[in-house]
Design a protein around this ligand. Sequence first.
Ligand SMILES: Nc1ncnc2c1ncn2[C@@H]1O[C@H](COP(=O)(O)OP(=O)(O)OP(=O)(O)O)[C@@H](O)[C@H]1O
Ligand SMILES: [Mg+2]
Length: 498
Amino acid sequence: MSQSTDHLPILLIEQNDRIFNDIKSLMAFLAYDTVYLSSVDHLPSAIEGRDYHLVMLGAGFTQAEQQLALESLQAEASRMQVVLLDHSPEQGEAYQQNFSCVIGQLQTPLKHEALNTLLQRAEEFHQTMQPQTTESFKEILAHVPKLGGQSAAIQYVRTMIEQVAKTDASVLILGESGTGKEVVARNIHALSNRCKQHFVPVNCGAIPADLLESELFGHEKGAFTGAIAARQGRFEMAEKGTLFLDEIGDMSLPMQVKLLRVLQERTFERVGSNKSISADVRILAATHRNLEQHIRDGKFREDLFYRINVFPIELPSLKERLDDVPLLLQDQMDKLQQEKRGSVQMTESAMAALSEYSWPGNVRELANLVERLSILYPQGTVDVAQLPAKYLPAKLKSSSAPFNPALMFASDETDEFVNAPVNEDSSAFFQEDATAVAEPVTITEEGLDLKEHLAQMEIQLIQQALEQSSGVVAHAAKLLKMRRTTLVEKLKKYGIKA
Ligand SMILES: Nc1ncnc2c1ncn2[C@@H]1O[C@H](COP(=O)(O)OP(=O)(O)OP(=O)(O)O)[C@@H](O)[C@H]1O
Ligand SMILES: [Mg+2]
């Protein structure tokens, strides 16, 4: 009986009814549906536009039929993985050498451990790859992160993306960390003719140099210690799609030579194999480093630079487009809400204050701030007073207001949240008149929860005392002229860590 499951089905190409029934029952037990083909003739229509967790190919077909079936499956190697059933070890080995889509062999009756290992590998494969999609162009774009902002600088970037997307040119995306280099890469892919194929990212800086080669080009079984099975590389996974070489400035020189060869010849070999595999892959690369300086320092090859830098796109830092800050904040707040990850709003004054900040971490820092605020003030409206001190404009930091909560922890070093109550109208914070800035919290028409307000002030003063006494509770208690045990009680009550 077929079960409804979260898994993609297994495609079983097998002539033997008994083997089919055994495998089907086992798969149903493991919560997989099984699609059955008793002849290879119908394989093309069975795989067109459909995805399978794994394809199992029986040994009962003629060599010509096997060859044909594997060729059809190989053409879909970026979304399909194959396991051979009951082939002789030599035959299986030969197919594995020639068809990268073949990831292993099994003998019936299936052994749980061997089967599980291959199912697991297929799972990892599907997780790495974006799901193959039959979505419309519009639906594809809806899943791509939006490049937010309306400044001239970001509009220029959008124009560049639209111009280059439809070509197959290599693009080098430059910009400080957090400016959206990956967002740009995903947009180029989504707008390209390759959009229905895979976008495969590789972080060249995060993968140890000695593993990067096999990560990019794959390896054969036994190619090195630990290579217990053959494995596809990212180039193969990106076949007919886009490969995004992130942090390319961190790639070692020997690896740069190997990459250059692939880009020039459009073929590569898996580690441990002599067989050339052709690559139809569009290359996008990104780095936050100054590659021209790297070339002068002998850390980056000039010939590779010219290969990948066919079309450069340079992203502006956020401090060069501060006008975009309110829009980006609103985008991030909307996104949190849509993804049901939280909900928070911000007053215009808070947005104005944030438009004066220098944003060294760029849009990533902005997105993180919105997320943190949504955790601290769920469903709330954040005003200037509730922003972490480091985000406050200098004029607020330097003021000597006695109870202006925004000033409590104002310092460039601290990222502490001030934890102050919302002051509905904080326009006073932006008046040039220093006396207006010094005004304490006023009671609005809606009134003020005095108990809550005093509790917040108590928290702030306790935190300040703790800071001044480097977290030593006994010293903080002395500063606050209270007994140490009383302070410990208050720390517990408010959940403050010394
Ligand atoms: N212009 C933008 N519009 C909307 N979101 C953006 C923009 N730029 C960056 N982001 C968001 O900021 C975060 C970081 O973006 P991304 O990973 O693309 O940056 P990056 O330039 O690749 O950074 P790094 O060099 O550190 O890898 C992501 O959550 C992304 O969605
Ligand atoms: Mg990045």
